[in-house]
Design a protein around this ligand. Sequence first.
Ligand SMILES: Cc1cc2nc3c(=O)[nH]c(=O)nc-3n(C[C@H](O)[C@H](O)[C@H](O)COP(=O)(O)OP(=O)(O)OC[C@H]3O[C@@H](n4cnc5c(N)ncnc54)[C@H](O)[C@@H]3O)c2cc1C
Length: 354
Amino acid sequence: MEGAGRGRSSPDGGLMETEIWDMIIIGGGPTGVAAGVYAAGQKLRTLVIAEDFGGQSNVSSSIRNWIGVKEISGLELAKMLEDHLRAQEGVEIKQPERVVAVREKSSRTFGIEGCIFEVETESGDVCHSRTVTIASGAKHRELGVPGEEKLKGKGVAYCSTCDAFFYAGKRVAVVGSGNSALETVLDLAINNAREIYLLIRSPQTKGSLTNREKAEQLPQVTVVPNALVTEILGENEVTGVRYKHKEGENIEELSVDGVFVAIGSKPNTEMVRGLVEMSEDGEIFIDHQTAKTSKKGIFAGGDATKTKHKQNNIGAAHGVLAALSAYEYLSNIELHSPCAEREEQEVSGVRPEG
Ligand SMILES: Cc1cc2nc3c(=O)[nH]c(=O)nc-3n(C[C@H](O)[C@H](O)[C@H](O)COP(=O)(O)OP(=O)(O)OC[C@H]3O[C@@H](n4cnc5c(N)ncnc54)[C@H](O)[C@@H]3O)c2cc1C
C-alpha cells in the first residue's frame, strides 16, 4: 500500500530504520492463507508467519467439503494452500516460525500516523506492522489426568488419522462425546481395532446424527456413558484406563492398549491474551461482519475465534474479511489512530491494571 514501508524506530533512544508491514498474518491454515491472498489483491505489504501450512487439516485423510473440490487429503490441501500463498506478489513468508507475543507500540516511536504492532517470534525476530491478523487456529485439548503426559506417543494419542492403524486387532478407549470422538471411533473401526470403548462424560454422545448412528451401531463399539476418566495406566506403554461414574465414587478399570483423547480443541491465542478480548477458553471475539477484534488494527478469524462452527471454508471466509477490513482500516488510518491517546504506553501479554 502507498505510504507503508519504513518508519524510524528508537527502541533504545537511537533512531534506526525498521520495516513496517501493512499486515502481519499469524498462521498458514485456510484462514491465514485466504487473508494473505486477499491482502496481496489489495496490494498490502504482507508478512505471513506460520509454524506450518495447512494447520489442522494436515491430519485429515479425506476432506469432502472444501468448496470446489470433491475430495482432497489434508496434506494435498496444505500443499495447495502453500502454493497459492507463495504465488502472491508482495507477500513474504516466514515458515516455520512461531509467534510468541504481539505488543502494541506507540506510533510516535516510529514517527508515523496510526498504531504499530510489534510481533515477536520464538527465534527472537521482532517485526512491526500497522495491522495484525490472528489466524493461528487451535490445537487438541488434553485430559490432564495422571499418566497422560508420561504415556503420550506410547499409547496415548490425539489424532486417529495419524495413529489409528497402529491399533489393528487391539483394544482401545476413546475419550470424548462429540464429532471428533465419533470420527476417532470410525477411524479405529476402519483400521480393524478389535474392541473400542467410547468413554463419554454425558449420558449420550453429542455429535452429528450421522456420526452417532454410524459409530454406535458398530459391533465392536461399547459406549460407556457418564464416565469421568481419572487416570491412564501403564509404565512404558498404555495398559489401561481408570474412570469413575459421574454420580458415584466407584473406580472402574478397563484394560486397553491405547487411549485416544478427542475432547475438543484449544485456540492458539496466548500471544494476544490481554491485547484483544477473548472468551475464558481463549477464543477471540470478532465482529462477524468485519473480522475486527476489540483492538483497532487487529483482526482475527477461523478456529482462533469465537465462532459457532469451525470449518475450513469458514476460516477462509474470515481470512477474506480480515484482509478487506484491514485494507479499509489502513485507507482511513488517521481516523483510527488507536495509539494516539495511549502515547508511550505499551500493552503486551497481560491486561493493564486499572
Ligand atoms: C481431525 C480433523 C478433521 C477435520 N475435518 C474437517 C473437514 O473435513 N472439513 C472442514 O471444513 N473442517 C475440518 N476440520 C476443521 C478444520 O481443520 C479447521 O476448521 C480449520 O483448520 C481452521 O483453519 P484455521 O486456519 O483457522 O486454523 P488451523 O488450521 O489450525 O491453522 C492454524 C495455523 O496457525 C499456525 N500457528 C498456530 N500458532 C502459531 C503461532 N504461535 N505462531 C505462528 N503460527 C502459528 C499453525 O501452524 C497453522 O498454520 C477438521 C479438524 C480436525 C482436527
